[in-house]
Every structure is written in C-alpha cells, then in structure tokens.
Design a binder for this molecule. Structure first.
Ligand SMILES: [Zn+2]
Length: 89
C-alpha cells in the first residue's frame, strides 16, 4: 500500500465525525483515518481545531455536560471569528 492508494475521505463525512473523534467515540481504525485526513486537509484541520476549542470551552463553562444548542452556536461563531482574525494577522 502506498500513498496513491490512501483512502480519500469526503470532507463532509470528516466534519460530521469530528465530534465522535473529540468524544473518543470512534474506533481505532476510524480515528486513524480521520487523523490522516486532518493532516492533509487544512480546511478540515481548521474545523477540527475550532471544535476542539469549542469542546474545551463548553466543558469549562458547563462542567462537562452538553451545552445548550444556543450557547454552542454562539461559541462556535466567536471561535471562528477569532481563528479568522488570527489567520489574517
Ligand atoms: Zn477535508
């Protein structure tokens, strides 16, 4: 098996699975595939970074429980804005 045969994941599938990765709810094979994709795909990697920060923020603010959808959405927008600012500086 060489790099040319490396399985290409669809970005939308990766984005959908990022929460599973962050919650440690995917098996080792799926984790390897996702991380392999993140290493080679800047847009998915950025999305992963945003979700990771979001998850950390939510667990700090809410003691680890799931945040209300409104809060999660607001934090997502805030983090996305700060990431965008950081990239343009
Ligand atoms: Zn991707």
């Amino acid at each position: 098996m060489n790099d040319d045969q490396f399985e290409q994941l669809d970005c939308s599938a990766v984005v959908a699975d990022i929460w599973l990765l962050l919650d440690n709810e995917c098996d080792a094979g799926a984790r390897t595939r996702l991380q392999g994709h993140l290493d080679g795909c800047p847009s998915c990697f950025e999305h992963y970074g945003i979700q990771r920060e979001l998850k950390a923020l939510i667990s700090r603010k809410c003691g680890g429980d799931a945040a209300p959808e409104g809060l999660r959405e607001r934090l997502r927008l805030e983090i996305r804005r700060s990431v965008t600012i950081r990239r343009t500086l």
